[in-house]
Ligand binder design. Structure first.
Ligand SMILES: [Zn+2]
Length: 147
């Protein structure tokens, strides 16, 4: 799993840079911790929280990911076909005093609004599966070479 912006689709790369920049101007440092994923990595993530820990870790090993603990075996994605597999999404977390802040809804909300101003889709708005770190290109399937 990558975290650099270089692998992102050209449509998203510049917006990701803008996102970091604008968040900074409103006083929020953000860390982008995941950009592109392979299909194998996405499959392994999809098993998380849906299969037993042995199955999950076998899939992770196949995808070249480190094993997780039983406690970490919780749902982290809603789909097997993610825009992350096409460089059309990134996951971020607000950072305070050098530490990621996972539980501050106000911070998420502010960053989410920045993403939306850039005409991106923020996962924090989703009804069924709130994915606060997730930002994707609007109509990403149009840009993905979906097989
Ligand atoms: Zn995501």
């Amino acid at each position: 799993m990558k975290k650099d912006l270089e692998c992102l689709h050209t449509e998203l790369k510049e917006k990701a840079r803008q996102f970091i920049k604008i968040c900074k101007t409103i006083g929020i440092e953000v860390l982008i911790y995941n950009t592109c994923r392979t299909l194998l990595e996405q499959e392994a993530l999809f098993l998380q929280g849906r299969a037993d820990i042995e199955t999950v870790n076998r899939a992770r090993q196949k995808a070249g990911l480190p094993p997780i603990s039983p406690k970490e075996n919780v749902i982290v994605t809603y789909t097997k076909l993610s825009p992350h597999c096409f460089g059309l999404a990134f996951d971020f977390v607000p950072v305070k005093d050098g530490k990621p802040v996972w539980n501050d809804l106000v911070l998420w909300e502010k960053c989410g609004s920045v993403a939306e101003k850039l005409d991106l889709v923020w996962g924090g708005r989703w009804k069924n599966f709130k994915d606060y770190p997730h930002v994707e290109l609007k109509d990403w399937k149009k840009f993905a070479k979906v097989v």
